[in-house]
Write a new protein. Structure first.
Length: 184
């Protein structure tokens, strides 16, 4: 049990399809890649933990009062836990992710989901700091354009590249979906 990698699927919710709110997706293949990972984990009987963001902003498509709060259909099926959160890190949700993992002696996490640079990256950083063997499947995440403090638009592609550069070797091993499917 303890050697099995836990697939942590972060915030794969219908509200991220709202391009008027978020902008255009940088990775149109993200949901397909996430779906492939989920299917592989389920076929092997590996643990799948779903994380769901319940935004406290009533205007957010991820607010519990909006239909966008619902999980994407690709997540329908067996899973081992659902973590509900309203902040970036899955480690600050209910139930307590660190406690859930520790009680089962899980030490290996494979992270995918939305968005690359916020909830996925924050969770990966914390996982690394907590001593988990963390893999970050960058092409099974998605990001959107950001505007810097200086008014410059940073493309979602660049945001994803920066997250990969920030995490790899320091907090996690960054990999592709293909590499994750081969490794696990």
């Amino acid at each position: 049990m303890a050697n099995e990698p836990v697939l942590l699927v972060i915030d794969v919710q219908q509200g991220f399809r709202d391009s008027t709110y978020w902008g255009v997706s940088a990775n149109p293949n993200a949901l397909d890649n996430i779906s492939r990972l989920v299917a592989s984990w389920r076929s092997k009987g590996y643990p799948v933990v779903i994380v769901k963001h319940n935004s406290t902003n009533p205007d957010s498509p991820l607010s519990p009062s909006h239909p966008g709060n619902q999980l994407e259909e690709i997540l329908a099926g067996p899973h081992d836990a659902v973590i509900q959160k309203s902040v970036n890190s899955a480690f600050y949700g209910t139930p307590d992710l660190h406690l859930w993992l520790s009680k089962r002696n899980f030490r290996s996490l494979v992270i995918c989901g939305i968005t690359t640079n916020f909830c996925c990256e924050t969770t990966a950083r914390m996982a690394g700091n907590l001593g988990y063997q963390t893999s970050f499947v960058v092409d099974a995440t998605d990001a959107f354009d950001l505007t810097s403090t200086f008014g410059e638009v940073i493309s979602g592609d660049h945001v994803m590249e920066m997250t990969a550069a920030n995490l790899d070797g320091e907090f996690a091993t960054v990999m592709t979906t293909e590499a994750a499917l081969e490794a696990f």
